[in-house]
Design a protein around this ligand. Structure first.
Ligand SMILES: *[C@@H]1O[C@H](CO)[C@@H](O)[C@H](O)[C@H]1NC(C)=O
Ligand SMILES: *[C@@H]1O[C@H](CO)[C@@H](O)[C@H](O)[C@H]1NC(C)=O
Length: 306
């Protein structure tokens, strides 16, 4: 039998996560903080849910990562299924997990209101979560980042276009260009099959003008973007990869057809990284479907934490 004092010591050892014998420091440290729902973060006309993870290891002027879920997901599910809370404990940033208000829990990336800066749609609510968090935690407004998967990846592009002043960088896991899911009848939360199937093809200049119109008159800095997509994606077809890269190439003034370099088998076998410049990278994953798995460590590098 293990004496009580020894048992306690072992239990504490496990809880603090300093026990090398357990091997997996992160899984123990990861959820030391707790996920909290915030009811009142400011104006929220479309009733988007807000969840926040504040790490126990909070930095003194913390960064913020907004992590946006896929259709059928929720903020709490994305918290459980992704590495960001674990990484928050390591690097000291806060994670915001918005939660879609609609049946099926896709994001509204189709209506005029969400595709407009301060238009009162989902994007406006998420931006208000960011400003609330900056104020409340004295966060570093130059270290705010956005990422998401699938519908959340579409919303990542929409956030980058509607609130370029808020974000320093974004990572997009299998989405579509901002405005590609546009609803001609101005429906909220509409599915756009022609975009999903990869039939909306246009020029970098046109894509850039669509993104820029979402915050017209803005001429400040914009988030640098990293775009992941899989070659066998049958939900948001592979042409959406180039269309998204074209959009940000157009915005940043890169020549889409003449990238700076391509790196085979980067960041892993069968992935190809294309670099247009400091502000844009595309990562095309051959043999990968919907969605490309989150590369948390690469995100930390892209966001400048690692
Ligand atoms: C789908 O989006 C494209 C733009 O990406 C737009 O031209 C088309 O009208 C949209 N389809 C519907 C049904 O609204
Ligand atoms: C993207 O564009 C490049 C350059 O035009 C082309 O070689 C590549 O096949 C395209 N990729 C997809 C997924 O359409």
């Amino acid at each position: 039998m293990i004496p009580a004092f020894l048992f306690l010591t072992l239990a504490l050892y496990a809880l603090t996560g300093s026990a090398g014998i357990l091997g997996n420091r992160n899984s123990l440290v990861a959820r030391a903080g707790s996920l909290t729902q915030i009811e009142d973060f400011g104006s929220n006309p479309t009733d988007v849910g807000m969840y926040i993870y504040v790490p126990t290891n909070l930095a003194s002027s913390p960064g913020i990562v907004v992590a946006i879920h896929y259709c059928t997901g929720t903020g709490p599910e994305y918290y459980s299924a992704t590495p960001y809370a674990t990484l928050a404990e390591e690097y000291g940033f806060i994670v915001i997990y918005p939660s879609s208000p609609y049946d099926g829990t896709c994001w509204d990336v189709s209506s005029e209101s969400t595709l407009t800066h301060n238009g009162g749609g989902n994007s406006n609510s998420i931006a208000n979560m960011v400003t609330y968090t900056i104020d409340k935690y004295n966060a570093d407004s130059s270290k705010v980042f956005v990422t998401g998967s699938s519908s959340g990846a579409m919303m990542t592009n929409v956030m980058a276009a509607t609130y370029p002043e808020l974000f320093a960088a974004g990572t997009v896991y299998s989405g579509v260009a901002a405005g590609c899911f546009y609803s001609a009848s101005n429906q909220v939360d509409a599915w756009n099959s022609s975009c999903a199937q990869g039939d909306v093809i246009t020029t970098p200049e046109h894509w850039a003008s669509i993104a820029e119109a979402m915050d017209s008159g803005y001429s400040g800095t914009r988030p640098k973007m990293q775009i992941y997509h899989g070659s066998i994606d049958t939900t948001l077809y592979p042409p959406n990869y180039n269309e998204t890269c074209k959009q940000w190439a157009g915005v940043f003034g890169y020549d889409f057809s003449a990238p700076e370099k391509k790196e085979a088998n980067t960041p892993e076998t069968n992935y190809e990284t294309t670099i247009w410049g400091d502000n844009l990278q595309g990562i095309f994953a051959t043999g990968v479907g919907h969605t490309v798995p989150i590369h948390g460590d690469k995100d930390m590098e892209w966001f400048g934490f690692a």
